[in-house]
Write a protein that binds this ligand. Structure first.
Ligand SMILES: Nc1nc2c(ncn2[C@@H]2O[C@H](COP(=O)(O)OP(=O)(O)OP(=O)(O)O)[C@@H](O)[C@H]2O)c(=O)[nH]1
Ligand SMILES: [Mg+2]
Length: 302
């Protein structure tokens, strides 16, 4: 009896859908130019970049919508769903279930938030009972080592360092060696902010990778680039430069708090298809969120 009832309801539903579908063929229309232009303008202001903005406008312009969908608020939701479609396949976990030692090398240009992000990661990994060690391979400034030490102490995390001016690659080597000998799950290496036009600094970064491989040929298993959302389209150049010397396996975008310019992440996703790990939404230790396409796309239009 129950089965028959369900079946009848199912049939009723599908015939209703068919009739609604037929009527919508006649009532659905394309979005008008004003609405499309407004969305395009919004995208440019939010730093999507002109080419991605044009592409999305094209996608939206080619479909037909009901009167309800064309109400401004609903149309922005449709737009957000299109963004989510692009971002969804790029979601990457901050914490995965992998066993065995993994090295995460953190890169990025000056001041993007690398050291702060490592501090936040320490907290997250500790909460998951991961055994971690941090390498202070930014040896250019004493303050950089001190800054990292404060984060590590706060999170009861061991840090390996050398005196200021030491070879960053040797610190990376020592850290991975320590991680291996002490059965750590994660070895995270902080690096100095590289101005991507400084050739020798980029060479030094390549050297860090070379020496890590002497201990573990698969290291670094992850190379995450930290990008500052407020730098806009410049983030694209930064990825281009780092891609020349390393395989970037993840993106962390910081400083999304207090900016309406998160659109650059969509441009990056569209162009590079690099997985996105996390977003920084403030300076405190809790201000690192797992990247979720839906939430991000929703936040962009709010
Ligand atoms: N509002 C905000 N500020 C952040 C975020 N992440 C980092 N910061 C701030 O950005 C500044 C630079 O952060 P650092 O972590 O020192 O950046 P870095 O990439 O290590 O810098 P260098 O070592 O000089 O290359 C600091 O004042 C941080 O507090 C974030 O998600 N939101
Ligand atoms: Mg730093």
């Amino acid at each position: 009896m129950g089965f028959l009832k369900n079946l009848k309801e199912g049939l009723f539903k599908s015939s209703k859908n068919i009739s609604e579908g037929i009527s919508s063929i006649f009532t659905k229309t394309k979005a008008n130019e004003t609405l499309l232009n407004e969305i395009e303008e919004f995208m440019i202001e939010a730093d999507f970049g002109t080419s991605v903005a044009g592409k999305f406008k094209g996608i939206l312009a080619n479909q037909k919508y009901s009167e309800e969908e064309l109400k401004k608020e609903n149309f922005y939701k449709i737009f957000s769903a299109e963004i989510s479609k692009i971002l969804k396949p790029l979601e990457k976990n901050i914490i995965d279930e992998d066993t065995g030692l993994k090295t995460i090398l953190i890169c990025g240009v000056n001041g993007t938030g690398k050291t702060t992000t490592i501090g936040k990661l320490c907290k997250l990994y500790n909460e998951q009972n991961k055994k971690i060690v941090i390498g202070a391979a930014d040896t250019f400034r004493a303050a950089a080592i001190d800054q990292l030490k404060i984060w590590c102490d706060k999170n009861q995390t061991e840090m390996i360092h050398s005196p200021v001016g030491s070879d960053p690659a040797s610190v990376a080597f020592k850290t991975l060696e320590y991680a291996k000998n002490n059965q750590k799950d994660l070895c995270i290496i902080d690096t100095a902010g590289r101005l991507h036009n400084k050739k020798n600094l980029m060479e030094e970064f390549s050297k860090i990778i070379r020496v890590l491989k002497k201990i573990d040929p698969d290291a670094p298993q992850e190379t995450w680039i930290v990008l500052d959302a407020t730098t806009g389209q410049n983030a694209i150049n930064q990825i281009d430069e780092f891609k020349k010397i390393t395989n970037i396996t993840g993106i962390i975008m910081t400083k999304l708090d207090g900016t309406a310019k998160g659109g650059v992440l969509v441009a990056i996703a569209d162009q590079f298809k690099i997985p996105i790990v996390a977003i920084g939404v403030g300076e405190k230790e809790d201000h690192l969120n797992q990247f979720k396409a839906d939430e991000f796309a929703q936040a962009l239009i709010n």
